[in-house]
Design a protein around this ligand. Structure first.
Ligand SMILES: *Cc1c(COP(=O)(O)O)cnc(C)c1O
Length: 470
């Protein structure tokens, strides 16, 4: 007991120091990987080690080097969260080790997870008869959705080479990965052309599907984006749903990044039609600011999810007979699983939804604000952002613009207060600004603008900053 209190004290004091120290910490720390010999400390030994020594190791070797996702300065890729209340939920889930796989074993835990799924399904606009589960992330959720689509559409091995899947160049790489893992990599994979804002062109989709049918192929699945990772593009979901209905395709919407913007009025407008998707993926560890390890898959007709995932095993017979609710184990590929519902339920109930909405609204504004300020500084920018990702590049007079922006990115990472990542759009190297960390506020945007300003000056660029124009 005394020992346990000491342990808890040491750990919470480490966590407090970490959180209190965040404002002074970098978003990216390039150094500190250290010498390999120090990693001997990673290997378990016969006798135990003092907690303080272990925490010191953690601080230096794990929580120091690399990207700091807890930082408000994390504006790269799609930032994750890490709400402290979610960590406390995890602590309790691990201490009690409630089993959330099967209703019979953990009725309260399963009800909690199902309630999270039902709440998110309501947000998407699903009504009765849908189902889903909490996965470890968007990639596993996409995999579950695509396996379910294959099963529901009855795609047999011998038909693979005639079956057609439609997505776009903006699809997250977890989509082709899931296609490969489900055996669908052998299908005909079509990349539907995009409009000038990187959104799928519905007319081109319809044309391609018709042409494929005329050629004797079997179109069965279209994967659309509600917030692409690269540019934040939201495909025209309503028009794509029309085509899916008319052509008999399964519509999967990858809303891993964008989905929880449905908590905002803007998000609901831009994602109109999402409720018509046969399956949707959301990432609570992105848009709900939870720690890594929480994705979600929703399927409009729960029976498809059940058919793809239900199992029969003799040793599970007791569980089968006492089920009042569906269990995550029959709705997902997992059996013994992390009780993810608690890390989601606790912060949502504790804080209420209002601060989540406000935080998401703020991220939408930050992306718009950054774009205008970057424009005023002379950067070439993308269009008015649809969500909270926007891209930009500096085009110097003469010289290689790609190389120039690469140098700029290295400069930002070397400074380390802000972390940005890059991508390639239409063959051009561009920098990305992605606001989704709950600790990102206007202050971080100003720091980024300062960093960019001094890097441009150091490169000998003359900047005449205009007042931003809306
Ligand atoms: C992040 C992301 C994924 C993958 O999700 P993980 O949680 O990283 O596995 C899939 N699709 C989109 C659009 C994403 O932004």
């Amino acid at each position: 007991m005394a020992d346990r209190n000491q342990l808890v004290k040491a750990v919470t004091s480490y966590a407090d120091d970490f959180l209190n120290g965040l404002p002074g910490r970098k978003a990216y720390e390039a150094s500190g990987y250290g010498a390999e010999e120090a990693d001997a400390a990673l290997v378990p030994e016969e006798s135990g080690t003092d907690i303080h020594a272990l925490l010191e190791f953690l601080g230096q070797r794990v929580d120091g080097p690399g990207l700091n996702p807890a930082s408000g300065g994390h504006l790269g890729y799609i930032p994750g969260g890490g709400l402290p209340a979610a960590a406390l939920g995890d602590y309790l889930a691990a201490v009690t080790n409630r089993y959330a796989g099967v209703f019979f074993a953990g009725p309260g835990a399963v009800r909690m997870e199902n309630a999270m799924v039902h709440w998110a399904g309501g947000l998407v606009g699903y009504e009765k008869g849908f189902g889903g589960s909490l996965a470890s992330g968007g990639s596993m959720a996409n995999l579950t959705a695509i396996a379910t689509a294959r099963n529901a559409m009855g795609i047999k091995g011998r038909q693979l080479e005639q079956s057609v899947v439609y997505s776009s160049q903006q699809a997250h790489h977890s989509v082709p990965k899931a296609l490969r893992l489900t055996g669908l990599g052998e299908c005909v994979l079509r990349q539907v052309p995009l409009d000038d804002r990187f959104r799928m062109d519905p007319a081109a989709l319809r044309q391609q599907v018709q042409a494929d049918k005329e050629a004797g192929l079997h179109p069965f699945l279209v994967v659309a984006n509600a917030g692409s990772t690269d540019t934040g593009a939201v495909d025209p979901l309503g028009s794509i749903a029309d085509i899916a209905a008319e052509q008999g395709l399964w519509l999967h919407v990858d809303a891993a990044y964008g989905g929880f913007f449905l908590l905002t009025g803007h998000g609901r407008r831009i994602m109109q039609g999402i409720h018509r998707a046969d399956s949707v993926v959301l990432d609570p560890h992105k848009g709900l600011f939870l720690p890594y390890g929480t994705g979600m898959v929703l399927v409009k007709d729960i029976n498809h999810l059940l058919r793809a995932n239900r199992y029969e095993a003799n040793y599970m017979q007791d569980a089968r007979e006492q089920s009042l609710e569906h269990s995550p184990a029959e709705l997902s590929p997992e059996l013994s699983k992390h009780f993810r519902g608690l890390r989601m339920w606790l912060p949502l109930k504790l804080h209420g939804l209002a601060p989540f909405r406000a935080c998401l609204e703020e991220k939408l504004w930050l992306a718009r604000y950054f774009r205008l300020r970057a424009q005023a500084m002379g950067f070439e920018t993308g269009p008015d952002p649809e969500l909270s990702v926007t891209y930009f590049r500096f085009v110097p007079h003469g010289g290689d613009a790609d190389a120039f922006n690469q140098t700029l990115l290295q400069g930002v990472q070397r400074d380390g207060r802000i972390f940005l990542s890059s991508t390639v759009l239409n063959g051009k190297f561009v920098l990305r600004f992605a606001a989704l960390a709950f600790r990102t506020h206007r202050h971080e945007v100003e720091v980024l603008l300062d960093v960019l300003r001094s890097l441009l000056k150091a490169q000998g660029m003359e900047i005449q900053e205009r007042a931003p124009t809306a």
